[in-house]
Design a protein around this ligand. Sequence first.
Ligand code: GLC
Length: 482
Amino acid sequence: MGKISGVKEWTASGWGLALAVVFVLLAARVSGAKPAAVRTQTSQAKPASAAPAAPAADKMKWWTEARFGMFIHWGLYALPARHEWVKRNERIKDEDYRKYFDHFNPDLYDPAAWARAAKNAGMKYFVVTTKHHEGFCLWDSKYMDYKATKTPYGKDLLKPLVKAMRDEGIKVGFYHSLLDWHHPDYPVDKYHPMAENAEFREKAKNRDVRKYAEYLHNQVRELLTEFGPIDCLFMDYSFPGPDGKGRADWQSEKLIKMIRELQPNIIVDDRLDLLDVPGGWDYRTPEQFMPRGWVTVDGKRVPWETCQTFSGSWGYHRDEATWKSVRQLIVMLAETVSKGGNLLLNVGPTGRGAFDDRALERLEGMGRWLKLHGRSIYGCTQAPPEFPKPANCLLTWNPEAKRLYVHVLEWPMGVLSLDGFAGRVEYAQLLSDASEVRFSEETDASGFMAGEREEKSRNAVILRLPVLKPAIEVPVIELYLK
Ligand code: GLC
């Protein structure tokens, strides 16, 4: 939906001196230094479980290595099954949306099966919508009755999911909507389902956003104190400006202080409208598009995660036919890592509480590939600049193992030329089966057709590939460097 998409507006806007200070702090964080100003203080009591805060760069380490997570969008909108924004898109009134609450009964809900699906897909963390814009809460909040426990299903959906994921060793993340199209104190704005309804607007004109902010803060506190250590938090989203909402409405600065106080090691997304505030965010979130390169802020690389869908909408959509193939999704993951980012890939479970076959097929396909190719993804990042990207390939790099991974997108005829790599490669193999890939560095113009190949001028390593592409969605060649 129309809103912050991140990178463009972020890099394009002309920012002042205050921001320069932030960038210095951020750079320090990325490089491992510990900026004092990033720490926040509040008078809130710490929960018993809170561990002392790790330095910012250490805090990001598990996340950066994980590279691949599962987003889960689940709410009442699974029933209409035509986009999680259906209430807004179709301008549905509360009383007409009520039927989804009254019929919400996910009888097939099996959080252990979701956790297994995530684990088998190779995902290392998950982020679930505790509440989306429609306002429905998955957990038994004491501040709201519009929640799972009051539906025909009658039980908390969040606690068992958190437990099941933790049992599989998957890190826990909460998505929480700043917008709320159900709460009686939430002032109508341009994205509200009743935005164009003059009568509704008139009746709602005295709504007090401070009351709503109190509710928002109370719920975030609940989420960060009643579910054990929470690894990441995805607050969504701000749209400051005319008829919009931003940091003053959410009281974002107070909110982020509380978040960091309650969960000192948590990492937080960038949608609280605090881009210019030290400690206001930990990573950028380009949504449903692939950045052209490593996401930067004032020329400095920052942690980033792209969130992507299988088919376009985030909530379960019965009729969407624009599903990406397994191959496309693998390329998306490899491309993300080749640019130093994470991929948060979304599943929208059905109203019965299951992942549908289209989703399962893709998750299984990715898992199959990752079982053999995890080495080219986990702990990997963008290749150093001295290794230029070969044509039709994506390169990832494991800085600890000092290995390069060539993801071959178009299988070439017989040879793959790695221009500029001469003198650097010690050994090469196909990652899927550790079969040797022979190579040569032809440094003079002798041999058959040598002149035409111009290998000398390209300083190339020439990989000798089998004519037939291995039966792998995206084959990877692992290069051990000298
Ligand atoms: C947007 C959309 C939303 C989705 C989210 C995921 O904010 O409003 O429906 O949850 O992006 O990043």
